[in-house]
Design a protein around this ligand. Sequence first.
Ligand SMILES: [Cu+2]
Length: 153
Amino acid sequence: MKTIGIILLFVGLVFGAGTASAQTGQLEVTNAWARATPGRSEIGAAYATIESPTADRLVAAASPVAKKVELHTMTMSGTVMQMRPVAAIDIPAGRLVTLAPDGLHIMLEGLKKPLRAGQSFPLTLTFEKAGKRTVEVAVQQVGAMAPMPGMQH
Ligand SMILES: [Cu+2]
């Protein structure tokens, strides 16, 4: 197992050279965004891209804008999209994990006020190994499917 670990590390260094995560060797959360919430909806969702050079797990999330923050997955049950909470989201080593409206997401429940496009709010993600990462979440239009272009770091 040790040899495999060293080989993977080497492959990661070769192919990851030049990227920010290879330079810092740390888990990174980028492109954090959320959809604006319509009317007085107290439920929202946040998305982000997570990359880690070593395997990790996202185990919790918190934000001052919501009373409760959960990790959710979206699955098809027949023709109906269903959301359900998950205990953790796996972050495989060196692979981008993208939270998006059609899949894994961070559910914001009991929003203290609506999310408005153009605003941003802090979100703290807790990882099993990397610890906590706090990112600014940019609020996009209600129907947005992805972060605005130009937001890439
Ligand atoms: Cu959800």
